[in-house]
Design a protein around this ligand. Structure first.
Ligand SMILES: [Fe+2]
Length: 355
């Protein structure tokens, strides 16, 4: 998962071990693993990653799904639905609701279910500060204590798949948590994508190997999908690519449970639909073959979530230090930076209520 608000925090810290930096071998897979028969078919599908234990956002997602004109949308929760929900009742409620839908595990669920301690399992790259990594390791420790009270649910979380292939409007969609090679991969991070956004890279302190269009095109061919939907790195964006003359799309929903854009507090989900009409609340979107793809805001009850968060993560706690700014004010990212390539920013974007 992401480090929380931007900037990533106290830089220059001394490197302290590899917990939270490493990528467990069990996280690795090949893009060809997505080139399987689709496991679910839907006319409209929401991909919801990074709920982070926010029950108010979960309720808002379910309500939005019910309002779809063609009938309720199918939902895939693609990991990290747990994180800040150290309250046992919240943990149980989120688990049971998510497990009633389609879901893949994120590094949080994988680590809760694992006997080995890889910290938070985030595989944070080295441009993310040590202090952020240390705080994530403390958060997972607390969450493990909560999860031990629900061993039945933790067993089910551990049994979730690492990725899923869906068919929406006849187009194949590959749903991952991180990237097409690892559950906690960072290769589909906004800051890694070419052409690079200098402002995003500067703000995140990014350095490293960029993800080139050639690599992405190769992934699309090996995975045999038209859309790759991810979440882990926490910054939302959509970017189209041409592969064998056909448009394909990488879309990362950022996080469903915290603010994503400057001065906003709403979560973001990915909506994929066979209905070509852009939804009225689209933030940005594009057509990919027969599929309409949009980022939608999740305008949840922010005051409820803020109070719930503060009750468990007061000032000075690792959760507060990593996430409160983002929860309260979003990130520096602007939607214009998230709509990449031929993806179109919605013309009449209204600020969603509650966001
Ligand atoms: Fe994650």
């Amino acid at each position: 998962m992401v480090g929380g608000g931007w900037p990533m925090g106290d830089r220059g810290g001394e490197r302290r071990g590899v917990r939270g930096r490493s990528c467990p071998l069990a996280y690795r897979y090949r893009p060809e693993a997505l080139a399987q028969p689709s496991q679910l078919a839907a006319d409209t599908l929401y991909v919801v990653g990074g709920l982070y234990g926010n029950l108010a956002a979960l309720r808002a997602v379910l309500q939005r799904a019910e309002r779809e004109p063609g009938g309720p949308a199918a939902i895939v929760f693609n990991g990290d639905f747990h994180w800040l929900d150290v309250d046992p009742e919240d943990f149980r409620s989120i688990s049971e609701t998510v497990l009633a839908h389609h879901a893949t595990k994120g590094n949080v669920e994988a680590e809760l279910a694992s006997d080995e301690d890889a910290g938070c399992g985030c595989a944070y790259p080295d441009y993310v500060d040590d202090a952020v990594v240390d705080r994530s390791n403390l958060i997972i420790q607390r969450l493990r204590t909560t999860a031990r009270q629900c061993p039945d649910l933790v067993g089910r979380l551990g049994g979730l798949p690492r990725h899923l292939t869906a068919s929406v409007g006849g187009e194949r969609v590959g749903i991952v948590h991180g990237d097409p090679e690892s559950l906690a991969g960072w290769r589909l991070a906004l800051e890694a994508m070419e052409p690079g956004d200098p402002a995003v890279r500067r703000q995140l302190g990014w350095h490293g190997q960029p993800t080139t269009p050639t690599e992405v095109q190769d992934w699309f061919q090996r995975a045999d999908v038209s859309v790759l939907a991810s979440t882990h790195t926490g910054q939302p964006f959509a970017q189209d690519f041409l592969v064998a003359g056909r448009r394909r799309l990488v879309i990362n929903n950022g996080v469903a449970g915290l603010g994503n854009f400057a001065g906003t507090t709403y979560g973001v989900l990915t909506r994929l639909s066979s209905n070509p009409q852009p939804p009225g609340d689209s933030l940005y979107g594009i057509a990919v073959g027969a599929l309409r793809c949009d980022a939608l805001p999740i305008p949840f009850d922010h005051s409820w979530w803020r109070a719930r968060f503060l009750a468990h993560w007061p000032p000075g706690s690792p959760g507060h230090r990593s996430y409160f700014t983002r929860l309260d004010r979003g990130t520096p990212l602007r939607p214009e930076q998230a709509a990449r390539g031929a993806v179109t920013l919605a013309a009449n974007r209204a600020a969603p209520a509650g966001g």
